[in-house]
Design a protein around this ligand. Sequence first.
Ligand code: NDP
Length: 287
Amino acid sequence: MTARLLSGKEFAAKFKEDAAKRARAIEAAHGVTPGLAVIIVGEDPASQVYVRNKDRACAELGIYSEVLRMPATTTKAELIAKIDELNYDKRIHGILVQLPLPEALHREEQEILDRIDPAKDVDGFHPVNVGRLSLGQSALVPCTPSGCLKMLELAGIPLDGQRAVIVGRSNIVGKPMAQLLLAKNATVTVCHSHTKDLAAVTREADILVAAVGKPKFITADMVKPGATVIDVGINRIAPKKLVGDVDFDAVQEVAGAITPVPGGVGLLTVAMLMENVVTAAELQLKS
Ligand code: NDP
């Protein structure tokens, strides 16, 4: 059996088209362009690429975008002052601090993210949004897991009553993914580095989400025949070679549906960020 390929490109194009339509509707109704501000501190090369991609997506969709570059020597106080400025800036509906922050700010990361107005927290990392998601209330949800969920729904993958297993419990991917699948009535198990007999657990999954950060970690013997496999991992194994957390070639022979890397979940993340900016603008204009 060769699995159905869930192409991120196809779904991302659809999500972006929807976001662009909603951005135009805001413009028509309120004369306001939804706006995103991205703060990047330091020179991390991967972050530079991510920020460029976000800026490009904004331009493509008619969303106003500002990239604020701050030196690696930026202090917590300086960064917080910049966030405060943006919290009050009427042109800006979404604020994102690109992670990782330079080493010197690592320990203060959550405190810095907490300073973003929850209404503008388009990464969905603020405790207010995390709490609202876990309470089943409307919230700005982290972009990668919300993209995975929307893709599953649009692809017609059943979720209600299905057994979902997530490998990885990060605040960015694993935990919000679990909340989203739970809200769709899946029976959810979250695995991590202390999980015993991981393969026995993953083999029970109708939907298997891999967010581990280890190349080709999920092998074919860990997958139930016919399962849907979502590979969130992005691992650079050579200067120009990216692989996921799933051993794609072997697993596609067992799975019913699978996302590739590259060309899978990664593309959904930016599309969902655009959607979050538009949602944030709609909510701010309503209140
Ligand atoms: P983290 O490093 O924050 O979390 C990794 C998780 O994997 C942890 O919960 C860890 O467990 C678990 N883990 C590690 N080793 C094992 C093991 N042997 N068995 C079971 N679980 C294990 O990573 P992220 O969630 O931030 O990212 C995961 C991957 O997704 C990365 O490759 C990242 O690059 C990618 N990513 C992709 C995005 C996209 O846009 N497509 C966006 C965000 C991330 P424990 O908690 O016990 O340490």
